[in-house]
Design a protein around this ligand. Structure first.
Ligand code: DOR
Length: 424
């Protein structure tokens, strides 16, 4: 059936300053009407009493491991995780094997994900060939092949001249650079420099490793006019730097990972390697500063940095791969901040959907406006559930939240007018 009628949902759409109870009629892939007491005989009806309907989520930062490391995740499993978490647009990182530094790899991802058809996967191309930090890729060819941004994520670009050139060239193409900011000479250790690293005697990576590159990238964006998107910010000083450069008019945007908002380095004492991530979980002061940044708007969006790893890659902290899966846990984690009254439900939707859609320059998501493509999510903010074998769609299980009770569950996800996920 090509028509779906959603009845009596709480409609939350910051793109239209909308927060009220109402109905949505979807027809031929588009939002046909938003209103009250809508009626349509030939439609699949969803009784949405008690549910929130919002534009579906947009994640600017995921690792889908395909091609090359399909034992951790592949496009199919990653997309299933996405729709179960309420996401219908993903930007996938280029640290694949081979990396996304040629049009062929970008096209492979686009074709395979289009065939799977569950959601939209947009490749981020590498900034440098092989992500080695030495020679720029052909931005024009990669953009033509479908890359929506450029990053060497996981291998921060250290060469300032190359970064300056990358900002200039991508700006000419109407695109942008994303950077994982950690100076690799300063960030040689495994966990945050602080109480836990001293206690456990584990080599650390300092916040200054992040701050130095954030400052450099903001300065280069300011001078070149290029757009830098700073990935997974985690330190309080970084945030102050972003605030400063935004005020100066630099084209700087930034994302935060929900784990940095809810956990500190102390999580390592109970979750061990499952809490290892780059940049690392930091101190309570940093976490509080990030919460402030969410409230007052310096932080543009939430990105999950969904980073699947196999069980055997998450053993001893020093040897473990960094990263956590996050597509299915982002919503309950962000709802925790809504319940704690750090942010409103509307601001949460803005962070997960409207703002990242605008950063990408895509107007077919991030809104429930009549006439736009029907990309939306219906979630129960109160429903409790557990992420475990039978609810997890990822091939991996690496999160400190594994088998913990979560509150807030996606019930339906609609992509281009089609129901692509339904809680059973
Ligand atoms: O923790 C991380 N994991 N940080 C990164 O930058 C890369 C990612 C991964 O690919 O596993």
């Amino acid at each position: 059936m090509s028509r779906i009628l959603i009845k009596k949902a709480r409609l939350v759409d910051p793109s239209q300053h909308l927060d009220r109870t109402g109905d949505i009629l979807i027809e031929k892939g588009r939002i046909k009407a938003v209103g009250e007491d809508l009626f349509e005989l030939e439609a699949q009806v969803i009784d949405a009493r008690g549910l929130v309907a919002s534009p579906s989520f947009v994640d600017l930062h995921v690792h889908l491991r395909d091609p090359g490391q399909e034992y951790k995740e592949d496009l199919g499993s990653g997309m299933r995780c996405a729709v179960a978490g309420g996401f219908t647009t993903l930007v996938c990182m280029p640290n694949t094997t081979p990396p996304i530094d040629t049009p062929e790899v970008a096209q492979y991802i686009l074709r395979k994900s289009e065939d799977l058809g569950l959601c939209r996967v947009l490749p981020a191309g590498a900034i440098t060939k092989g992500r080695k930090g030495k020679e720029l890729v052909d931005f024009y060819a990669l953009k033509r092949a479908g890359c929506v941004a450029f990053t060497d994520d996981g291998a921060p670009l250290m060469d300032s001249k190359l970064m300056e050139r990358a900002l200039e060239l991508t700006a000419q193409l109407g695109s942008f650079v994303m950077n994982h900011c950690e100076d690799d000479r300063l960030a040689y250790g495994h966990i945050n420099e602080g109480y836990v690293s001293s206690l456990l005697g584990i080599a650390s990576r300092s916040a200054s490793a992040e701050d130095v590159l954030v400052a450099r990238d903001c300065i280069l964006a300011y001078h070149t006019g290029g757009h830098i998107h700073l990935q997974h910010l985690s330190s309080s000083l970084s945030l102050e730097l972003v605030r400063f450069f935004k005020e100066k008019g630099a084209r700087v945007t930034c994302e935060v990972n929900p784990y940095h908002l809810l956990f500190t380095e102390r999580e390592l004492l109970s979750s061990y390697a499952l809490a290892k991530v780059n940049p690392p979980l930091r101190k309570e002061e940093d976490r509080k500063a990030l919460l402030e940044g969410l409230k007052e708007g310096t932080i543009d969006c939430i990105a999950t940095d969904h980073a699947p790893h196999a069980v055997w890659e998450k053993g001893q902290i020093e040897k473990a791969m960094p990263g956590m899966i996050g597509l299915q846990t982002a919503l309950p984690m962000m709802l925790e901040l809504v319940r704690e009254e750090v942010i409103s439900l509307s601001r949460m939707v803005e962070l997960l959907s409207c703002r990242p859609a605008r950063i990408l320059g895509i107007d077919s998501c991030g809104t429930l406006k009549e006439g736009t493509r029907a990309n939306l999510v219906l979630f129960d903010p109160e429903k409790e559930w557990v992420l475990e074998e039978k609810t997890n769609y990822s091939k991996s299980q690496n999160t400190p939240l594994w088998k913990r009770r979560l509150r807030g569950k996606v019930m339906y996800t609609i992509f281009e007018g089609r129901l692509v996920y339904q809680d059973v």
